[in-house]
Design a binder for this molecule. Structure first.
Ligand code: KG4
Ligand code: ZN
Length: 367
C-alpha cells in the first residue's frame, strides 16, 4: 500500500535535539507519496568538535552551540533551496525527545518563523523522523510499502515497531537500559577509541577478528522484543581488566572491537528477524545513526535474504540526525486534522514513542 498526502507544500524542517543543528527545506506536490518528497536543501552542522574532547555530548555546550549556529544554518538552507521565507507553507520542528536546551532553541526559532509568516507549526517526534527517513532516498531502490517492521537504532533509542501505516504504529519492544548507540559510544570510551563511538568501533573492527572473544548475546526473553546492552558494556570492561591483570591473554584492540561489535549486531539481527516472523511481515526497515554501520547492513542483508525479507535503509547521509526527516514527518502529520495546541507547543525532553502508538492512543481515549 502506498500512502499519499493530499496537501502539497514547501516545509522548513528544524532539528536541534542533540548535537546536530540542522535545517532542511522539502517540497511536496499535491497527492505525493512519501518517496516523492523533494529535498531542496539539507544542511547539518555537527557539533562534534565541541564535544569530542569530553568524550560525549555536554548538554550545556550543545544548547549554546545551537543558539549560535541555528541562524546562519537557517539562512544557508533558505539560500541553498532558493526559497524565500514568505514561500514556506509550514514549519516542522523536533519537539522531543532530546536535550531540553537544544529543543527549546529549535522550538523558539520555529515559532518565530511560523508566527511571522502566519503558517502552521508542527512538532515532530525525533524517532518518527528517523522512521520515515528511508523514504527520502533520492532513488529508492525498491518502493517501501506498508506494513513493515522498523528497527530504530540511535544514540538514545533502540526500538522495534510494527508500522502498519503513517501514524499507525504498534510497539514491539525497546531497550531496558542503554541504547545501542550508547553501547557503541561507551564501548569506544572503554577502548580509548574516542567519540562518537559507532564509527570509531566500526573502523577498528574492520581489521579485527570478530570471533576472537565470545561476548554475551543478551537476548532476554527470546519471544519478546526488548533489548539490554548494559551487561555487554560490563563484559567488555571485565575483559579488558582481566587482560590488563594478565589473567587472560592480551588481545589486539581490533579483535576486541570486532568481537564487541558482532555481539551487538547479532542481537539486533536476531530480534529484528524474529519480529518480522512474529508479525508475519516480510519487510524490515532500519533507521537511525547506528543504521550507518556497514557490518549491521551486511548481516541483516544476509539474514533477510535467507528469510525472504526485503530490507530498507536510509541513504548513509540521512542515517544520522538531519532536518529533512523532520520535514517529512511534519508533512505526514499535517495531512491529518490539526490540533489547536500548536501556538503553545512545548518541548518534551522525555517522550516515549509509545505515546504515538495506536494501543496507547486507544487506551488514553478509553480512560
Ligand atoms: O541518530 P543519531 O545521529 O542521533 C540520535 O538520535 O541519537 O545517532 C547517533 C548514534 C551515536 O551513538 C553513534 O555512535 C551511532 O549513532 N553511530 C554509529 C555509526 N554511526 C553513528 N554506530 C555504529 N556504527 C556507525 N557507523
Ligand atoms: Zn537521531
Amino acid at each position: 500500500m502506498e500512502w499519499t498526502g493530499d496537501k502539497g507544500m514547501i516545509i522548513l524542517g528544524l532539528e536541534s535535539s542533540c548535537d546536530e543543528t540542522a535545517a532542511a527545506i522539502v517540497q511536496f506536490d499535491d497527492g505525493a507519496t512519501l518517496a516523492q518528497a523533494r529535498v531542496l536543501a539539507n544542511v547539518v552542522w555537527s557539533q562534534l568538535d565541541e564535544h569530542a574532547k569530553y568524550g560525549g555530548v555536554v548538554p550545556e555546550l550543545a544548547s549554546r552551540a545551537h543558539i549560535r549556529h541555528i541562524g546562519p544554518i537557517l539562512a544557508q538552507t533558505l539560500h541553498a533551496a532558493g526559497v524565500l521565507p514568505g514561500e514556506l507553507d509550514a514549519v516542522a520542528v523536533t519537539r522531543g525527545p532530546g536535550l531540553i536546551g537544544g529543543l527549546l532553541v529549535g522550538l523558539a526559532v520555529a515559532k518565530g518563523i511560523a508566527l511571522a509568516a502566519g503558517i502552521p507549526l508542527v512538532g515532530v517526534h525525533h524517532m518518527e523522523g528517523h522512521l520515515l527517513s528511508p523514504f527520502l532516498a533520492p532513488s529508492v531502490p525498491e518502493p517501501i510499502h506498508f506494513p513493515f517492521v522498523a528497527l530504530l537504532v540511535s544514540g538514545g533509542h533502540t526500538l522495534l515497531l510494527h508500522v502498519r501505516g503513517v501514524r499507525d504504529y504498534e510497539f514491539l519492544g525497546q531497550t531496558r537500559d542503554d541504547a545501542v548507540g550508547e553501547a557503541f559510544d561507551k564501548g569506544a570510551r572503554v577502548l580509548g577509541l574516542g567519540y562518537p563511538g559507532g564509527p570509531a568501533i566500526e573502523q577498528a573492527a574492520q581489521r579485527g577478528d570478530r570471533h576472537r572473544i565470545a561476548f554475551p548475546r543478551i537476548l532476554l526473553d527470546k519471544e519478546k522484543f526488548d533489548f539490554s546492552f548494559s551487561g555487554l558494556k560490563t563484559a567488555l570492561r571485565t575483559e579488558l581488566l582481566r587482560q590488563q591483570a594478565g589473567t587472560i591473554p592480551v588481545q589486539p584492540l581490533e579483535d576486541v572491537a570486532a568481537s564487541y561489535q558482532e555481539a551487538i549486531i547479532d542481537t539486533l539481527t536476531f530480534k529484528s528477524i524474529r519480529a518480522c516472523r512474529h508479525v508475519g511481515c516480510r519487510r524490515l526497515l532500519v533507521a537511525g545513526g547506528v543504521g550507518a554501520n556497514q557490518r549491521l547492513r551486511e548481516r541483516l542483508l544476509q539474514e533477510a535474504r535467507e528469510g525472504g525479507i526485503t530490507l530498507h535503509f536510509p541513504p548513509m547521509a540521512l542515517c544520522t540526525d538531519n532536518a529533512a526527516m523532520i520535514a517529512l514527518a511534519g508533512w505526514a502529520q499535517l495531512q491529518q486534522p490539526s490540533d489547536s495546541s500548536r501556538g503553545t507547543l512545548d518541548a518534551r525532553a522525555r517522550w516515549p514513542i509509545r505515546d504515538l502508538c495506536r494501543e496507547t492512543i486507544e487506551e488514553k481515549k478509553r480512560s
